[in-house]
Every structure is written in C-alpha cells, then in structure tokens.
Design a protein around this ligand. Structure first.
Ligand code: AMP
Ligand code: MN
Ligand code: MN
Length: 339
C-alpha cells in the first residue's frame, strides 16, 4: 500500500507553491501554529520557516497564541530565532501559513489575522480539520504535519539541511510516538531516513524531547498516575482509565503545564482499558481533556461533539465544570462513538 493515492490535490500544492513564489524577497510572511504547541506544531512551522529563509525571504515570523512559552524539550530546536510573541506578529502579512491547526478555535486571537490575510495556507493532518484557509494542504493520513511541510519545501526547491531536518524530525518523532503509532508507514521511515542522512543524531534528540524531565515533573506524574481510576464497564465493557491534574498539582511541584502533555502515555498503557482520559486544569473550572482509544471508540468524533477535535485514536476538547463531571460526560458519550 502506498500513500500517494490520498493527500492534498495537485491544484492545492500548485497554489501553495505559487503563493510563495509570487512574493518578493522582502514580503512579510507570518507562520502560525496551535496554542500550547507540541513538537509537530513547532517543528513543522520552524522547519518550514528556515526553508523560506534559505529561499531568500528575509521577513519571516513565527508565532502561536496564548502563553508564550516554548516547552523545555524544544528549547534547542533550530529556527527558534524566528519565533515572536503573538503581539509581535506582522499586522498585515502578505501571506500566512498555519501549521498543525485543526480549527480556528486553536488559533485564539490569531484567527482574525488568518481570516484577514489575502492568502492563508493551512498545512495540517487532523481528521477534524474544518476546512478553513484559502489554500488547504490537509491530509488526515499524514503521520505528522511535518510530512506535508517537508513536501512543500521540497516542491519549492529547498534542499534539506541539518537544521530544517532536525525540526521536521522532532515533529515526526513526536506525532508518531517515536515511530510506534499506526501511521508509521514505509514512507514515514523513508522520510526519517532522509532527515537523519543530513547528520542528525536521533539518540540525542530523543533523549532531549522524550527522556528528560525535571525531578518535580516526575514526582507530579507519580501523584497523577497514583490517583488513576479504572472503570472496566465503560466503552461497552472494553474499559476506561482516567485521571486528572489540577493547577494546584502543578503549583505544588513548581511545574509548567507542558509537563502534563505526555502524561497520558503511561495511563494509556493500561491493559484493562481501551479508552484513556486525562483531564488537565487550564483555568478555574476549565479543563484540557485528552482522549485516547485503542480502537473501540472514534475519539475524534466525540471530541468534535464537545467543540474539540483530533484524530480517530487521539483527540481532545476543552471541558467545563468539575473534573468528575467532565469525565462522567465523556463516559456517557463513549457509547455513542463506539466504532
Ligand atoms: P492531546 O491530547 O493534547 O495530545 O491532543 C491529541 C490530539 O487532539 C491532537 O491532535 C490535538 O491537536 C487534538 N486536540 C486536543 N485538544 C483539542 C482542542 N481543544 N480542539 C481541537 N483539537 C484538539
Ligand atoms: Mn499538535
Ligand atoms: Mn500534529
């Protein structure tokens, strides 16, 4: 099986290439990724930004909405010099490119900038992508947004160098769970091989982005995992495991919110549950809900029903009220989205 049969239409690729080539070297180009950026959001955006610089575009800025903090695991990513706080985005860029963003709700205050831009290229791989933007490079079968970003810079004639490759590699490794998830195809490994061939050291990168955490984050994880609840009757008897983390938990261990981003992984390894829910407090009575399934439930559809989005087996939404009530709502909805 190959992936070449799906993916963005040829006209969309051509339109994206033409949109970049139409610009003069001093045109203002704004890159945007999603709120609380992960490795794919930052890596696809910054790798592409470096590609634009190689093409001679001198005025490239990258940003994301909300709390302007780059998680420590990505603090050494190449291209960070392109990053500016949301408020320092170009007010009227000639071109906007949006990376790893399923819907405008993930753009916060930057949605208006995308809306107003003469041309907006959306580069994304979410099944729940809402179809915003004037040019859409959206492929729900792509393992990461960086798969599409790499194709676009290649079509623009930029050869991969080590800095661009590191950005795309971090993105690819993040969204494939270190080359473990279902979408880890032959093409994904071939892309990884091309990236590594620029001189990357995958061991160093993995240690930095997956296997390094502050002592406090480890202790916090211990508490959050310790309070996990197993509900074997949920999801049509296939089981649910869930836990939560509050802002008070973060404060007690003096940790920033991003340390919770990967905490769902040990929870979802529980054999007795198909579905995993991690509820993370983001403000008083507001929760970032992370959903995972091993196949019993289409969590993307469930998340969309709650105003969120994602992929079939990994999705999320913003919940309101008490943590227990948010979980009770999800538990009830599971039966509606059994596959
Ligand atoms: P997470 O659980 O935060 O790792 O997110 C899993 C997947 O769901 C990712 O592809 C996210 O982009 C997506 N996702 C998470 N939260 C939201 C949300 N509030 N709205 C739309 N998509 C989301
Ligand atoms: Mn992402
Ligand atoms: Mn992604």
């Amino acid at each position: 099986m190959t992936e070449s049969s799906s993916g963005p239409a040829a006209e969309q690729w051509d339109a994206a290439v033409a949109a970049v080539r139409a610009l003069g070297g001093d045109a203002e180009i704004q890159l945007i990724c999603h709120v609380s950026p992960d490795g794919d959001a930052l890596g696809s955006m910054l790798g592409f930004g470096l590609g634009l610089r190689r093409l001679g575009y001198s005025r490239v800025r990258a940003t994301f909405p909300g709390d302007f903090r780059v998680p420590d695991p990505y603090a050494e990513m190449p291209g960070l010099e392109l990053l500016v706080p949301e408020a320092d985005s170009f007010p009227e860029p000639a071109l906007v490119l949006v990376f790893d963003v399923a819907s405008e709700s993930r753009l916060g205050g930057l949605a208006a900038l995308v809306e107003a831009a003469p041309v907006s290229v959306v580069v994304d791989h979410h099944a729940s992508n809402t179809g915003f933007g004037t040019i859409r490079l959206v492929d729900p079968h792509a393992a990461a947004t960086s798969v599409l970003a790499e194709q676009l810079i290649t079509r623009l004639g930029v050869p991969l160098d080590a800095a661009i490759a590191e950005c795309f590699y971090v993105a690819l490794a993040t969204d494939t769970g270190s080359f473990k998830f279902d979408m880890t195809t032959v093409a994904v490994h071939e892309l990884a091989a091309r990236l590594i061939a620029t001189g990357l050291r995958p061991g160093d990168i993995s240690r930095r982005i997956f296997d390094t955490k502050p002592f406090g984050a480890m202790k916090l994880a211990g508490e959050v995992l310790g309070r996990a609840v197993l509900d074997p009757a949920a999801a049509g008897g296939l089981g649910l495991v869930w836990t939560y983390a509050t802002l008070a938990d973060l404060a007690r261990h003096a940790q920033p919110p991003y340390v919770l981003d990967t905490l769902i992984d040990p929870v979802r390894s529980v054999a007795e549950a198909d579905v995993t829910v991690l509820v993370k407090e983001i403000a008083d009575g507001q929760w970032a809900v992370s959903l995972r399934s091993k196949g019993a439930v289409d969590v993307s559809r469930l998340a969309i029903s709650q105003g969120g989005g994602g992929h079939r087996l990994a999705a999320g939404f913003t919940g309101h009220g008490a943590a227990g009530d948010v979980v009770a709502t999800v538990r009830r909805l599971l039966d509606d989205y059994l596959t």
